[in-house]
Design a protein around this ligand. Structure first.
Ligand code: ATP
Length: 416
């Protein structure tokens, strides 16, 4: 299965938007001869947060470091604003970077850390003081200005690191996994603060993370990379509802999309002894072929008295129940062979699917359904699930490219 991006994806993304940072066919081969990034075309719109996401080693940090000028570009160009900065020094690019290790100066106070860059740029004392006070106010660091980094919590240190970048008033922030050292609770709160901060300052931000949930929460736009190849760049909604290929489909969304080989013909999809009529608006109507079918766990519900009687139903025997409080995940076998090893790899790269490990000696496909946490069910129970079939996904069995019936063709941005 190819890792190539869907046709025209690179050209189409962010079309019509005013880009601040642009990669124009920029690529990277390290001295070892390893190609970390294929020529990439990516336009990152002004005042948005664009998140670069993908599994470890896919080239996210390399791309960011190329934009920052920390990694030379092999061919192609990088632009910031209307300047070609392909060969410009990092200090001449009008960007500020925030890394996962905060790299604060331990011997300086918060005030000293915030003002350090301005001092180096010989900004006069009064202006420096004013800028530091403004940024401390924005980030809620006012009370901490005289403290040293060693006496701060992880979240506070991260805010100082952020403040040090903001104080310089750069054209763009480049952030490489800046929140990955924080514990889960703090992480959620820092993500929310970051979004608020961005809403307030509107500074163009390029943000690298391996975590698709973080990407979807923070990104105005998300670029998914795999093995140095851009797969798709679009809004979180578009990536979720209209993934360009199997990899994006499996990578985005938690729990991950269920995948199974299926046949579509005569307005019906069939797999594992099940036959489901495609509803009138389904993008899969008009297809007549074997496909890899994708079903989001969230498109199932436990069938009950208020369930739409028009929805197709499945009677399943639940192997595992994961009770998460507000929702439960039901894992059940579907009597259809597992999809190909390469498709499984695409899914496993998502780091979300563990059915291969859980039930490795079962050759059948495993599905996950997300149901209301109040639904009473235990492992071994038989339950009836209803499936909303309006958003089923289909992919080519060889290339993994998303398929749509002729009648359904419409631009990806339509769901944004
Ligand atoms: P992670 O989330 O693990 O940081 P990433 O997507 O940011 O991954 P990069 O750091 O961009 O990945 O690396 C992309 C690929 O390039 C990896 O396979 C990595 O091993 C390789 N690579 C990175 N730096 C170098 C280098 N200096 N020399 C040779 N190969 C490198």
């Amino acid at each position: 299965m190819s890792t190539a991006p869907a046709e025209n994806q690179v050209e189409n993304q962010a079309a019509g938007l005013d880009p601040l940072v642009s990669f124009e066919g920029a690529d990277k081969v390290y001295n070892s001869g390893f190609r970390a990034l294929d020529p990439i075309g990516l336009r990152l719109p002004r005042a948005e947060i664009t998140v670069l996401v993908g599994p470890s080693g896919c080239g996210k940090s390399t791309s960011l470091r190329m934009a920052a000028g920390l990694e030379p570009v092999d061919s192609g160009r990088i632009r910031i604003g209307d300047r070609d900065v392909t060969h410009a020094d990092p200090k001449d690019r009008d960007i500020a970077m925030v890394f996962q290790n905060y790299a604060l100066y331990p011997h300086l106070t918060v005030r000293g850390n915030l003002g350090f860059g301005l001092r180096m740029r010989r900004v006069d004392k009064a202006a420096r003081k004013r800028r530091v006070a403004e940024v401390a106010d924005v980030l809620g660091l006012g009370e901490l200005l005289e403290r040293r980094p060693g006496t701060l919590s992880g979240g506070q240190r991260q805010r100082v690191a952020m403040g040090r970048a903001i104080v310089r008033e750069p054209a763009a922030f480049l952030m490489d996994e800046p929140l990955s050292n924080l514990d889960a609770k703090l992480l959620v709160s820092m993500r929310a603060q970051l979004t608020k901060l961005h809403d307030r300052l509107g500074i163009t931000t390029v943000y690298v993370t391996h975590d698709q949930v973080e990407a979807m929460t923070l990104g105005t736009r998300v670029a998914v990379l795999r093995d140095g190849v851009l797969q798709q760049c679009d809004t979180p909604q578009a990536l979720f509802h209209r993934p360009a290929n199997l990899f994006v489909a499996a990578f985005i969304g938690s729990p991950a999309m269920n995948l199974v080989e299926a046949d579509i013909a005569g307005g019906e999809v069939s797999f594992g002894g099940l036959r489901i009529a495609l509803p009138p608006g389904s993008p899969l109507r008009g297809l007549d072929r074997r496909v890899i079918l994708g079903v989001r766990p969230t498109d199932f519900e436990a069938a009950g008295p208020v369930t739409d009687p028009g929805l197709p139903r499945l009677r399943v025997k639940v192997d595992v129940v994961e009770k998460l409080g507000s929702e439960s995940h039901l894992i059940f076998p579907v009597d259809a062979p597992r999809i190909s090893a390469e498709a499984v790899r695409a899914a496993h790269d998502s780091e979300e699917i563990d059915d291969g490990v859980l039930l490795a000696d079962d050759a059948r496909s495993q599905f996950t359904a997300r149901v209301d946490g109040r639904f009473r069910v235990n492992a071994g129970d038989e339950v009836t699930l209803a499936l909303d079939a309006t958003e089923l996904h289909a992919f080519d069995c060889e290339t993994g490219v998303a398929l749509r019936g002729r009648a359904a063709a419409q631009p990806a941005a339509a769901v944004a």
